[in-house]
Design a protein around this ligand. Structure first.
Ligand SMILES: Cc1cc2nc3c(=O)[nH]c(=O)nc-3n(C[C@H](O)[C@H](O)[C@H](O)COP(=O)(O)OP(=O)(O)OC[C@H]3O[C@@H](n4cnc5c(N)ncnc54)[C@H](O)[C@@H]3O)c2cc1C
Length: 384
């Protein structure tokens, strides 16, 4: 059985490996856990290395790589240096709604600098009363002359205090209530905005999640992204791509733990023989190896479908579900088979587990991923 990562040979994997070594990202990933702040320096360096916006079109400053190759790059980045820098690499993808539907002026001022690692733009969808069911969000955007007045609270948001702007999803009050969800690019220093970080997270602490309150914030109309009432559709397209790409990240991190564990149990002696000679240890590791590889093949297939422009919303949701379940189980075994040190911060497994543990909640909980897929199997009858 191979322990080399299951990804195909591709120049992007080698490029990422060289950059991760040059920037010392594996060590800096570990530091980030102890110094939970937004890694501006690394963000900028990733931009300079051309590792932000791997999928972003070259006319917008990105690399324009096809999705399966982006998946290989992200898998490699997570395999070499944990999830944090791979997620940073996806920041332009998380702002794709802005790139695709924002005005040329907004794209120039806010999107291109993300690809260079100069500006951080958050996404604010979740509210205290609307999370899994994002369509229930209620932040009010009241038209007032050539502006909108925003009132409401966003919660759980990554980079709550660090982002210079956020793509904020709200409801335009005089629009049709069934089609009112609209996106806005909101600079976070406007009058009436207050923001703060919540209690520290289990993992990915550098994202410093928190709440942002909008108290009658006046936003010029030019900051609206796309059409009134169309943003939920935009968001679904973005979610589909990012879920499939996140899946590659989780599998890359888990492959590192799996490989390190395979090596470790071959040398660690207990009861006068290597741990690998115990079937209670070797069988779960053999199973993890094939499960991770199979999950990668599924993710790769979904990325290929998306690249060809095929409809794959349910498949992308399942890719994230499958990757997080498989990765968490494999990293859990890595902690277990390293014994006491596996549970400690001396080794990277517990950090990887804590970071990957966000996967079944963030960007849509695992239950909702299966709901999205189930709706494709059993479509709801259309209204008479
Ligand atoms: C690390 C991290 C980063 C995040 N970053 C952002 C961000 O930048 N911007 C942002 O807007 N949000 C962000 N979120 C929030 C995230 O999108 C929400 O937490 C998620 O959508 C769930 O919403 P909720 O917390 O309100 O949970 P709820 O909607 O209250 O659901 C709680 C749980 O109930 C279960 N559940 C819910 N509905 C169903 C159902 N229909 N069937 C079965 N089970 C169900 C699920 O297990 C779910 O986790 C982030 C979350 C995390 C963990």
């Amino acid at each position: 059985m191979e322990t080399a990562p299951p990804i195909p040979a591709d120049p992007i994997a080698e490029e990422v490996r060289v950059a991760a070594e040059r920037l010392d990202l594996a060590r800096r990933y570990r530091e980030l856990d102890r110094r939970p702040e937004f890694p501006w320096r690394e963000f900028r360096q990733l931009g300079e290395a051309g590792l932000l916006g791997l999928h972003t079109a070259s006319r917008l400053g990105g690399r324009g790589l096809p999705l399966p190759r982006v998946g290989i790059g992200l898998f490699t980045l997570a395999y070499r240096s944990g999830t944090a820098f791979a997620k940073l690499s996806l920041q332009p993808e998380f702002s794709r709604v802005l790139a695709e539907h924002g005005s040329a002026e907004l794209v120039e001022e806010w999107f291109r600098p993300i690809v260079r690692g100069e500006k951080l733009v958050g996404n604010q969808i979740t509210e205290p009363g609307a999370g899994s069911d994002a369509s229930a969000l209620s932040l009010e955007a009241r038209p007032d002359g050539n502006a909108y007045v925003l009132t409401g609270t966003k919660s759980e948001a990554a980079f709550a205090s660090d982002a210079q702007a956020a793509i904020v999803y709200g409801r335009v009050t005089d629009a049709d209530p069934h089609a009112a969800i609209t996106a806005f690019l909101v600079p976070q220093d406007l009058e009436g905005i207050s923001r703060g970080v919540d209690a520290p997270d289990l993992g990915e602490r550098w994202q410093r999640r928190g709440q942002v309150r909008y108290d009658h914030v006046r936003l010029p109309a030019r900051y609206r992204i796309g059409d009134v009432g169309r943003a939920f559709g935009y968001l679904r397209g973005e979610f589909t791509r990012e879920r499939a790409l996140l899946a590659a990240i989780y599998l890359g991190a888990a492959w590192a733990s799996w490989e390190e564990t395979v090596r470790y149990v071959g040398g660690r002696v207990a009861f006068r023989k290597p741990l690998s000679a115990q079937e209670g240890v070797s069988f779960p590791l053999v199973e993890d190896g094939v499960r991770l590889e199979a999950a990668w093949l599924y993710v790769e297939k979904v990325l290929g479908r998306l690249e060809r422009g095929e409809e794959a919303e349910g498949a992308a949701a399942l890719a994230k579900w499958l990757a997080t379940e498989t990765a968490l189980s494999a990293i859990d075994h890595a902690i277990q088979f390293h014994g006491g040190r596996g549970y400690s911060g001396a080794l990277p497994h517990e950090q990887r587990w804590r970071d990957v543990r966000s996967g079944p909640i963030a960007h849509g909980p695992s239950e909702i991923m299966r709901l999205v897929a189930a709706r494709e199997l059993w479509p709801r009858p259309s209204a008479p």
